[in-house]
Design a protein around this ligand. Structure first.
Ligand code: DHB
Length: 304
């Protein structure tokens, strides 16, 4: 059966793509951001997911005049297309149609009226996080992109996005293939790109969101979209993608790593790594026996 290894939340600011292209990772202004991913690289090298479900918002690149509230890709390949950000087009990402259709069937059975896309372009909100997680080379995973409308009101609520994630989490747990799945939510945290509050960030609110996302995500549904925009900025609602990511993580969730850096472009850039507990039945017997003999030992190997 498939297993969710954990979740990653990360900003997707387009200028990261330019910084990567110009090899600015060690520049003083970029280093605090990029170094937050050193941990991610070690964790992914150890965990080796086969597939990634990416919750993201399309910004008028694919869904120009018709914007679904929720859309799920079912393609074998996703080409990148980005308009207007000045970043070069990246490689295409491999898809996983079988996993996509399993998720689509489960979502519709759970009464989510999604749009299913057998042909789908993806923008920087998908490709920048992939480039951050697997820098330099190819992306050794198949992806299922799940678009959430965070752009054009009316937006889905925080509660609905948490439930969308939960439905996908249950669907992955029932997927018969023996694969490891990583869940990713992109965008945020607080930022506003235009209007009178352009450049707005709210560090205190971001920290509260990150704390509650880890330990009590249901508490966050108390905010309406209007309240969230007031507190996090017009584009801060990209946090809906993080809510869906967290919803997909079942069982005990541990925050392994967090990085927060202000600002990148207009944005408070955050990144978290969550790990889901392994069910004991999946751990080889020899490991269980060894743990019983050493009850005080921490169960998570240190990656620091
Ligand atoms: C920026 C941030 C975003 O989340 C985005 O989608 C586009 C631009 C920015 O800060 O420049």
């Amino acid at each position: 059966m498939a297993r969710i290894i954990g979740g990653i939340g990360t900003t997707h600011v387009p200028s990261i793509g330019k910084a990567i292209a110009e090899k600015k990772q060690n520049d003083p202004c970029w280093k605090p951001f990029f170094s937050g991913f050193d941990y991610v690289h070690r964790w992914l090298a150890r965990e080796r997911p086969d597939a990634v479900v990416v919750f993201y918002n399309d910004q008028g690149n694919f869904f120009r005049d018709k914007l679904p509230t929720f859309a799920v890709g079912a393609a074998s390949k996703y080409r990148n297309e980005d308009g207007g950000w000045g970043i070069s087009v990246s490689r295409a990402a491999a898809g996983d149609p079988a996993l996509s259709w399993h998720l689509i069937n489960a979502l519709v059975a759970d009464e989510f009226d999604i749009t299913m896309c057998q042909d789908m372009l993806v923008d920087h909100a998908v490709t920048i996080p992939l480039a951050l997680m697997w820098p330099g080379g190819r992306w050794p995973v198949r992806i299922v992109p799940v678009e959430i409308n965070t752009v054009q009101p009316p937006l889905p609520s925080l509660a609905r996005c948490l439930e969308l994630g939960r439905s996908i989490g249950r669907a992955i747990a029932s997927y018969p293939e023996d694969i490891k799945v990583l869940i990713v939510g992109t965008g945020g945290l607080s930022h506003q790109l235009d209007g009178a509050r352009a450049g707005f960030v709210n560090k205190e609110f971001d920290q509260l969101c990150l704390d509650q996302l880890a330990s009590e995500p249901d508490e966050l549904v108390r905010y309406s979209i209007a309240q969230f925009v007031e507190l996090a900025g017009a584009q801060g609602v990209e946090f809906l993608n993080w809510m869906a990511m967290r919803g997909a993580l079942t069982g005990k969730v541990t925050q392994l790593h967090r990085n927060y850096h202000i600002p990148i472009s207009n944005t408070a850039a955050a990144m978290v790594v969550f790990e889901t507990a392994r069910s004991p039945s999946r751990v080889p017997r020899s490991v269980v026996a060894a743990k019983k003999e050493r009850p005080d030992e921490r169960s998570e190997p240190s990656l620091a």
